[in-house]
Design a protein around this ligand. Structure first.
Ligand code: SF4
Length: 252
């Protein structure tokens, strides 16, 4: 690989999609729980600092009893804490979920807003949660960056950043908007299975020759050098979550 190669997002996404289509791989929580914006929002709050399996079980229990903001705003605190106990930080999460449910009723007529700035005014909602609601709840282009997306974007050589917030800003600048919606679920699944935080399985990786870290490893050097990093094409500028008709490449 040379410095002239550039990120081929179609190839990266197609390779990863085909790879995870076969075999028994872990599937990201939101891949199976998209569509209902309120449940995406609450599920993402529950998913903070816990494993997907815990989020899955707790949200199934929670939504069976309290499916929407009207029910959750009135839910007894102790009952709520008990239902979500297994996700950790359950007192804080229960407080945020009740307050956010009440705010959605009081300020937005019971509908979760499809607007990033408004979402960020809700208790317990940060950039990742707001972007998850836009992408998975409304199909609007945004870039939810969790630890998997942050780590893989750096390993690929797409960004050189220290925090998920910086990574989100750089991805928005550098990745064409039509790839934003499919990016998160594919990279999260890759991070859960192959590009793991510790001990990434680079020899098994279907995009290793498209990745700065993979290229450097094959050449016997680490960390990657500048010439290992793919060239970046400048993306069209686009404000996250503001399009009513998403130019999504595809929905997963
Ligand atoms: S080659 Fe290694 S570091 Fe690069 S994406 Fe694959 S598993 Fe991750």
């Amino acid at each position: 690989m040379t410095a002239s190669r550039s990120f081929d997002w179609d190839l990266i996404l197609d390779r990863l999609t085909a790879f995870y289509h076969r075999g028994d791989w872990r599937v990201p929580y939101l891949r199976n729980h998209a569509e209902n914006p309120f449940q995406v929002l609450v599920g993402t709050i529950l998913s903070q600092r816990t494993r997907d399996a815990n989020t899955d079980k707790a949200s199934a229990r929670l939504f069976a009893q309290y499916p929407g903001p009207r029910e959750l705003a009135k839910a007894p605190k102790s009952a709520l804490e008990k239902l979500i106990h297994s996700t950790g930080y359950y007192r804080t999460k229960a407080r945020h979920i009740r307050a956010t449910s009440q705010a959605i009723l009081d300020r937005f007529g019971g509908q979760v807003p499809a607007d990033r700035e408004l979402l960020l005014t809700l208790p317990g909602v940060g950039p990742k949660t707001a972007n998850c609601v836009l992408v998975f709840g409304y199909g609007l282009p945004a870039v939810p960056v969790d630890t998997h997306v942050h780590r893989i974007a750096n390993r690929l050589g797409l960004v050189r950043t220290r925090t998920p917030e910086q990574t989100e800003r750089e991805i928005v600048r550098r990745v064409p908007v039509e790839y934003w919606i499919p990016l998160n679920p594919v990279l999260v699944q890759h991070g859960q299975n192959i590009c793991r935080p510790v001990g990434p399985r680079c020899p098994d990786c279907p995009i290793r020759e498209l990745c700065a870290t993979g290229v450097a490893l094959r050449a016997g050097r680490t960390p990657p050098r500048k010439e290992d990093r793919p060239r970046l094409k400048r993306a069209r500028t686009h404000r996250s979550g503001q399009s009513a008709s998403p130019p999504a490449r595809r929905r997963r």
